[in-house]
Design a protein around this ligand. Sequence first.
Ligand code: UT7
Length: 339
Amino acid sequence: MTTIPQQRRTLTTTTGAAYSRIWGVGGYRPERVVTNEEICEHIDSSDQWIRERSGIITRRFAAADETVVDMAAAAAHEALRSAGLTASQISTVIVATVTHPYQTPGAAPIVAERIGATSAVAFDISAACAGYCHGIALANDMVRGGSATFVLVIGVEKLSDFTDKTDRGSAFIFGDGAGASIVGPSDVPGIGPTVWGSDGSKWKTISQRHSWIDVRDGDVDWPAITMEGPEVFRWAVWAMAPIAQAALDQAGIKAEDLDAFIPHQANMRIIDSLVKKLKLPDHVAVARDIAETGNTSAASIPLATQRMLDSGEAPHGGLALQIGFGAGLVYAAQVVVLP
Ligand code: UT7
């Protein structure tokens, strides 16, 4: 047993808000709409196959000179507007991304500077398609622990830069975009417990083809992100339903209490399977943004949330279950009150 040595002084620590909630959500979708026909110029596939197997009809690709930072800043401005806050009130910027093309520095400090949240705490996290839900978990704990007041959480990807457009297993699935939300103090609970974890034994199932060291030393192609689709599909369908259910249970919420289900937009068939396994009643609105946006990894959940709120599909102040899962493999789920 370890004994803690007697201290001459007691440390002063921070305490934060009783609870936290999401104050506002924003999104940015690049202008260019890319059809399945255009994708099929580079792979042996068809519009029909892509629609049936993934549910994707179109996706957006960013312009060549449009960066992860540009898209993140655009989504951040929308989130600030929606929350009724100014950038100077943001104490922390968390950017979840796997496609910022610099190993260092992270995108977050540049985004913070760009939007006017100068001197904010700013860092990136790499949790792929679960990155946004990881960011919400961190933000909730920071606000409640007293190390932050308002946290800007951004999920952003420019996957078109990291996709092999000739790879039949992944070229049709990914898209570009950014989604953001702001987590701040609340008198009532607005973010339920996060159920999260990882399975590193499956790291190879979604990965860049080569490391940067291979690129430097070897005669290798651009290290595009590729995926062992069927294996990831099976994992998502079988392992994620219990995680989503645990997030409901830990929040003390039943499926019938939900207003919306906002899973990572990976594949329409995965979404359908989760809806069935969770026995969600018909009144629960289900995010199906993948049809027009594709799989935007860390951006997919906030983008889908923004679409559902803007279209009136999900009510402001309603209860939503969100779950992110992907490369790592990693996952995170929580019930949130929609702003
Ligand atoms: O975002 C992070 C997490 N990612 C995911 O959750 C994605 C999970 N995986 C998936 O969504 C699916 O695995 C894909 C959509 C990527 C692929 O769908 P699938 O139903 O798993 O296809 P498959 O690889 O099992 O292939 C089925 C058939 C095969 O033909 P045979 O052997 O049955 O004759 C493939 O050769 O479809 C063929 N196929 C294609 N056909 C036309 C594979 N890719 C294509 C293609 N176009 N692009």
